[in-house]
Design a binder for this molecule. Structure first.
Ligand SMILES: [Fe+2]
Length: 583
């Protein structure tokens, strides 16, 4: 049984291939068409996936998609009916900029795209529509938990913005859901735009929040009314996105209370920082309210968090710290980048009743490149480079990092989801506070307040951070232990937290070896890890890695077994395992 999960006409278009319950590939189109959060049909993914796996359309038994048209139509009709006539504004494409208006005809769009790709005379397998939150919740089936409570929070699905499930074995049961406009995801997006940032820059606001104070917290809290059962509603005294979408999400009262919208190039003032702080702390309090109620109502001590809001690693860490769940798991593709995969999982386990077959322990389900493809890309470039053994590479990169060099690191298959998790990463030394400014201003070209994530040997995470579970997908931002913060100043955000990722010997042996060697050299088992890109989707191919290296001020580049360094004097020769500086 091979399932193709696929989505288009909404942000993060892409696909997943599921074979007898195990993912063979999970791909986002943005990595191929180089357009962030693209809504375009995933032609690049289709070609890459079928070439990589040597498949033809005849090998696919069923196609799934993570939106259910009938539910979506009903939700849209209900939204317009309930707020009529002002709600006619929702029909404007700019009210829903993340989705094409044509999403309501997605099955036709999928059919056309697939026939265009495979040939008009192709016989397409059946296309099964899965409710959006069901697709998010289905990540439970590849979680480490045999039973768990599952909480889905996003902007909106095809009928709700927040839903909860009980998961046991290969079954999920939805036990509650909110109405569509009581949406923490949509609130976060609207405030992000109000603060002058673009769509999908919620992470920037999360970072900015750490620089603010409580000036607006009490006022902002008035936006959300907590109900006794763990539910909540968002006040329509302040919010108008139920009738105007993102065209005019706020009423005058919001603007009178929190100030006018910041334009993109306006300076960031204390008011903006404080509003970001108020938003973030209110989101955290609301999540705690929801999760504590779930905890009381359902006996499981395991929690799966998913949906776009689950990318809020600061809030996730508070949920872990301040509720009585024993462990929390967030998939690496909690946002809609994982929805096609989820739709396939839902169909396989929930609809067909097949047993669980796979646990997601790593995120490397993208496309990889073999040695000759990498060598060919390097030959096409003007780089001077060397091929090194694994041990030589480990020692050289660790030595570079310890000497303050910033290294582009490209290995194996790419990661799923929005975060670089160690195969398409830029690595640096966390002991040097100034390296953060170097990375932000010279390499990444992004705001100076943006933090960098530490990646640590899994077995040492509790030594440096206030967390006692592995987090291979960078989903939590726990506090850095006060006794260790001085050792890794570049990894500590303004609020004393860090968005930590753990790495184990089994799931990423090459990165594990580099960090281990770095620890031998410096005493610190941690590196900074940021995505290998500059204002573009994360690099996918060796050519893109080389191009990014050449455009930025990275000091060294690793692509597979090949090493290059800007300082050619620094290139190495290998002699019986000994590394020596070449003349
Ligand atoms: Fe979603």
């Amino acid at each position: 049984m091979r399932i193709l999960g696929i989505v288009c006409r909404t942000h993060d278009s892409g696909l997943a291939l599921l074979e007898r319950g195990s993912p063979t590939l999970i791909l986002e189109e943005e990595r191929f068409n180089r357009e962030k959060h693209t809504r375009k049909f995933p032609f690049g993914c289709l070609k890459a996936a079928f070439d990589d796996q040597g498949l033809s359309l005849a090998d696919i038994d069923v196609i799934t998609t993570p939106w259910h048209m009938k539910s979506l139509w009903q939700m849209m009709f209900g939204a317009v009916r309930d707020g009529f006539p002002a709600s006619l504004n929702l029909l404007s494409p700019s009210a829903r900029p993340t989705q094409s208006t044509l999403i309501v005809t997605m099955p036709i769009g999928l059919r056309w795209g697939l026939l265009w790709h495979f040939g008009v005379k192709s016989r397409l397998p059946k296309i099964v529509q899965v409710r959006h939150h069901d697709a998010h919740a289905a990540s439970f089936f590849v979680s480490p938990f045999e039973e768990a409570t599952v909480l889905v929070m996003d902007g909106y699905g095809d009928e709700t913005a927040q839903s909860a499930y009980i998961g046991i074995g290969n079954r999920l049961e939805r036990v509650s859901q909110t109405q569509i406009f009581d949406s923490l995801g949509m609130l976060y997006t609207a405030v992000t735009q109000h603060l002058g940032f673009r769509l999908f820059e919620e992470g920037t606001v999360m970072a900015l929040a750490a620089t603010g104070d409580q000036t607006y917290t009490k006022k902002f809290r008035e936006l959300i009314h907590f109900k006794a059962d763990g539910d909540f509603s968002i006040s329509t005294d302040f919010i108008s996105y139920a009738t105007h979408g993102l065209n005019k999400p706020f009423k005058n009262r919001f603007i009178e209370t929190f100030g006018p919208r910041r334009e993109k190039d306006d300076p960031i003032t204390d008011r903006h920082c404080d509003l970001a702080f108020a938003l973030q702390s209110t989101i955290e309090e609301t999540m705690l309210h929801v999760v504590r109620a779930l905890s009381k109502r359902h006996k499981s001590r395991n929690l799966c968090l998913t949906g776009g809001v689950a990318l809020n690693c600061v809030a996730n860490a508070r949920v872990l710290r301040d509720t009585d769940y024993d462990s929390i798991w967030v998939p690496p593709c909690a946002s809609d980048s994982g929805a096609p995969f989820g739709s396939a999982l839902w169909h396989y386990h929930q609809t067909l009743g097949r047993p669980r077959a796979y646990q997601l322990t790593h995120a490397f389900h993208g496309i990889g490149y073999n040695e000759s493809e990498i060598a060919e890309a390097l030959r096409r470039s003007d780089l001077t480079y060397q091929r090194l053994t694994d041990q030589e590479l480990t020692h050289q990169v660790a030595k570079d990092l310890a000497a303050g060099r910033i290294v582009g690191w490209f290995e194996g298959r790419s990661e799923v989801g929005p975060r670089a998790l160690g195969n398409r990463s830029i690595l640096a030394d966390p002991r040097d506070a100034s390296i953060k400014d170097r990375l932000n201003s010279r390499v990444k070209l992004r705001a100076s307040f943006r933090p960098f994530a530490p990646v640590i040997l899994e077995e040492r995470v509790s030594e440096f951070f206030e967390i006692d579970q592995a987090d291979p997908f960078m989903t939590m931002a726990p506090r850095v232990r006060a006794s260790k913060a001085d050792l890794i100043p570049a990894a500590v955000h303004f609020d004393g937290t860090a968005r930590v990722q753990t790495v184990s010997r089994t799931t990423n042996p090459s990165l594990y070896a580099v960090i281990k060697r770095f620890a031998e050299l410096t005493g610190v088992p941690i590196l900074l890890n940021t995505s290998f890109n500059r204002r573009e989707p994360i690099v996918q191919t060796p050519d893109e890695a080389i191009s990014c290296y050449l455009q930025t001020q990275l000091d060294a580049l690793v692509v597979g077994s090949y090493y290059s360094c800007r300082d050619k004097q620094h290139l190495l020769v290998s002699d019986a395992g000994e590394l020596q500086a070449a003349e």
